[in-house]
Design a binder for this molecule. Structure first.
Ligand SMILES: *[C@@H]1O[C@H](CO)[C@@H](O)[C@H](O)[C@H]1NC(C)=O
Ligand SMILES: *[C@@H]1O[C@H](CO)[C@@H](O)[C@H](O)[C@H]1NC(C)=O
Length: 791
């Protein structure tokens, strides 16, 4: 990523490459650099890093900074917090008893490394990219590594409380809208920061290293380029998970100005055209994770090449044109004074866009015309969203704007007719249905163009995926068939144990541990996979194992984790699954900030669909027996995928006649497990009910107290709140959910039907979907536990 304008690069090269005079990296007390285009920077002993002034694009101003000096793109990796810009002939001095002092041409101090009474011996630009000041006592006076800007480098250690702020934009070095911090509970968080006060707002991504007994204590960028959170007991939580290229590379991790934390690498000896490549980044989709407000209020976030592209919708423009992710303002005012009646306004139409969370009224049912009329006449209504005979009226500011083509939604954006659409003079029919739009508006076509590009990119990736999968299933890299011993029935690749040891690097990277075994991350070909080592499979019953693996392999559904292969080497039995990057629903639901209601409800429907498929649509009925949030994985788009299906049966092989042992997890287990009655698909319906109530409320169903007695409180609580009409208490004032009160009520009622103690009262999963999607009406659920037999 070019941080320096192209035109400047050649200039800068000319100016600095010849400057490598002092080579031991050390800087004596009293040395200074003047902010002029030909000033020599202080170089590290290898000449790879430089400390000095870089000229700011298109101006006579300079930024005090540290940069890579040997690559053409002299990427800046450090600058004083806030990026103070100074004019020509400002200077930086290394002052005894003071440290670094930046002053303007008049001699006024602009920035300093901090007052320190210690005698300063010397400073040095280290070969790690760290500028350090050495004193007599104490010796460690100051290091740039302790005061990071937006970038961290190998060997850098970040302690709790240090703030790493993004830049405001690619060319503006002021503190931006995003922040990376290791907070006091040990969690590494990415959060929005308030531009006016610098205070942290919602986290939009967290590492989950806030375990109270073993929290994260430091963020460490290892010498080899691997970034991890060090936990109290010495374990590492790896952030750099995929392997890096071997050889001589620079590595850096930068919180980019768009809020995406990205690790980059660049060859040290650049060949022509070498540039920074991306090793990994989080979050995967900053737009879909709409807590993040990646683009600010009144805007629309479109993911393009994994980066958020922010747009102002028709009729809106940037609040600050310098900050194109800082939100938009309407080009018109909504006024409720007389004379500003409905006939003054009309609508621009946008398909597939929505701003969940800004509704103040929802009309259900409503046809489109009613929706339009209602918003037109309502002087507070700025946008109406129409979908499936429902209408949501929204007020300003619009929050969480994003595009979702699968959502089948139409956004109606109000504009004042005297201004015309986007202030260009409207020529639309009174109903706004005239979409011939004679190219009058650019932002709209931009948005559509964006939509088109996103769709194309997704399409291309899908195609690459299909092609890759074809090769993955049939060929090794060298072209020989990878899988000589595929099972005839399903073509499911079979691997040897040795192959999986190689794939998982000796089972090093543990992803998780469950009732059925431990899951490890691995790489087969170039594809990342999750390898599950089954630990409790009965030893005989090879045929049954094959049969069950075949059953699992035949289940294909977008809400089920796909089995990609297996291993059956004597006692070693392993299953190879697709790898999903966004971890489990448990993690997603119970971290500190709750996901949006819209997301939660679509995840619930996704789980219901996956379960219905297992129960009804696949050739052999599969009862999951262990539905819980830890077994629901989330893909890149936060679609729910059920894991571990089919394993319950696998593990009961040869035990079926005598087995009375309970399968499943406390808190999610249906009461009939305790009663020696037949186990049917209704056990899954029960667990789904508990899960649904968790998804609705973001509360855990089971609370463990100190005696590790588990108390299941959620179903009681749901019933009480439902009966007393206190939905706000159940969802802890989740306004987005409360605004959608009809759906919320429906979901709670469905949850209560699913957790009925009497299995025959529970609906089938198919019926659950119909109820959740509003296809059939939900009747009043009875009390789920009429016998008060709690467990
Ligand atoms: C300077 O770099 C060397 C390796 O090049 C490293 O061992 C040392 O700790 C660094 N010192 C500081 C203060 O960063
Ligand atoms: C950076 O953006 C802020 C906010 O718009 C502005 O005040 C400041 O002048 C900008 N700095 C530069 C160097 O453009």
């Amino acid at each position: 990523m070019a941080l320096v304008p192209i035109r400047l690069i050649s200039l800068v090269i000319l100016l600095h490459v010849v400057a490598a005079q002092q080579t031991n990296g050390s800087v004596p007390v009293g040395a200074s650099i003047s902010a002029t285009p030909d000033a020599k920077p202080w170089l590290s002993s290898s000449g790879e890093f430089a400390f000095g002034f870089q000229q700011v694009q298109g101006s006579d101003n300079f930024l005090l900074s540290v940069w890579y000096d040997k690559i053409p793109n002299k990427t800046i990796i450090w600058f004083p917090k806030g990026g103070p810009i100074v004019s020509t002939r400002s200077k930086v001095d290394l002052v005894d008893r003071r440290g670094l002092v930046l002053s303007d041409p008049q001699g006024n101090e602009v920035w300093s490394s901090g007052r320190n009474s210690s005698d300063i011996v010397y400073g040095y630009m280290n070969d790690t990219g760290n500028f350090a000041i050495v004193g007599r006592n104490p010796p460690n006076v100051w290091e740039s590594f302790k005061y990071p800007a937006d970038t961290i480098l190998p060997t850098q250690v970040i302690d709790i409380g240090v703030e790493i702020n993004s830049k405001l934009s690619k060319t503006n070095f002021s503190d931006g809208r995003f922040q990376l911090r290791l907070i006091s509970d040990g969690n590494l968080v990415l959060n929005i920061r308030d531009l006016f006060t610098g205070t942290p707002d919602n986290a939009y991504n967290t590492s989950g290293t806030n375990n109270s007994t073993n929290p994260g204590v430091q963020l460490i960028f290892g010498v080899g380029g691997y970034l991890y959170v060090l936990k109290r007991n010495g374990e590492r939580f790896n952030l750099t998970r995929d392997s890096l290229p071997t050889g001589d590379f620079y590595h850096r991790t930068t919180l980019d100005s768009d809020g995406v934390l990205t690790q980059y690498y660049h060859p040290k000896n650049p060949t022509d055209g070498a540039s920074w490549e991306i090793a990994w980044f989080v979050p995967e989709d900053i737009c879909i994770n709409n807590k993040s407000k990646a683009c600010g209020l009144n805007s629309v976030c479109i993911l393009e090449n994994n980066r958020p592209k922010c747009e102002c919708p028709e009729g809106f423009s940037w609040l600050d044109p310098n900050i194109t992710n800082g939100g938009c303002k309407p080009n018109f005012t909504l006024s409720c004074d007389d004379g500003d009646g409905g006939d003054m306004f009309d609508f621009n139409e946008l398909n597939d866009f929505d701003w969940p969370g800004s509704d103040f009224v929802s009309l259900n049912p409503s046809d489109e015309q009613t929706c339009r009329n209602s918003c037109l006449k309502d002087c507070l209504c700025a946008v109406a969203i129409y979908r499936d005979n429902r209408c949501w009226k929204k007020q300003l500011p619009l929050a969480n704007g994003f595009r979702d083509p699968s959502y089948n939604v139409k956004a109606l954006l109000k504009f004042k007719k005297v201004d015309g659409p986007s202030g260009t003079g409207g020529n639309k029919s009174p109903t706004g249905e005239d979409k011939s739009g004679t190219g009058e508006d650019e932002s709209r076509s931009l948005i559509f163009m964006g939509a088109f590009i996103v769709t194309s990119v997704v399409g291309v990736f899908a195609l690459i995926g299909v092609i890759y999968m074809y090769f993955f299933q049939t060929h090794k890299k060298d072209g020989t068939p990878l899988l000589s011993k595929t099972t005839v029935e399903t073509n499911l690749p079979r691997f040897t144990y040795q192959e999986l040891i190689t794939a998982t690097n000796g089972f090093k990277d543990e992803l998780g541990r469950g009732a059925f075994g431990t899951v490890y991350k691995g790489v087969i070909g170039t594809k990342i996979v999750a390898v599950k080592k089954l630990e409790t499979v009965v030893q005989d019953g090879q045929k049954e194992f094959q049969a069950e693996v075949n059953t699992i392999a035949r289940t294909h559904h977008k809400n089920l984790v796909q089995l990609l292969g297996y291993c059956d080497d004597g006692e070693k039995r392993l299953l190879i699954y697709e790898y999903l990057s966004n971890r489990t629903l448990a993690f997603y639901l119970f971290e500190d900030k709750r996901p949006s209601w819209k997301h939660r409800s679509s995840i619930a429907v996704g789980v219901a669909k996956g379960l219905t498929y297992l129960h009804e649509d696949c050739s052999n009925q599969i009862i999951h027996c262990d539905i819980k949030p830890q077994n629901i994985l989330l893909d890149d788009y936060y679609n729910a995928k059920i894991a571990d299906f089919g394993l319950a049966k696998l593990l009961m092989i040869n035990q079926s006649k005598t087995n009375t042992g309970i399968r499943g997890t406390k808190g999610y287990v249906a009461p009939e497990w305790f009663r020696n009655t037949t186990v049917t698909t209704k056990v899954d319906v029960y667990s789904f009910g508990v899960l649904l109530l968790e998804i609705i409320s973001c509360r855990k169903s089971v609370v463990f107290d100190d005696d590790s007695e588990d108390v299941s409180v959620l179903t009681d609580m749901a019933w009480d709140c439902y009966q007393e009409g206190r939905l706000n208490a159940f969802v802890e004032n989740d306004l987005e959910a409360l605004d959608d009160s009809e759906k919320l009520t429906t979901f709670i009622m469905v949850g209560l039907w699913c957790v009925q103690e009497n299995p025959s009262l529970r609906p089938t999963m198919k019926k659950v979907i119909q109820m959740l999607e509003g296809g059939i009406e939900v009747t009043e659920p009875p009390c789920p536990f009429p016998f008060s037999v709690k467990f």
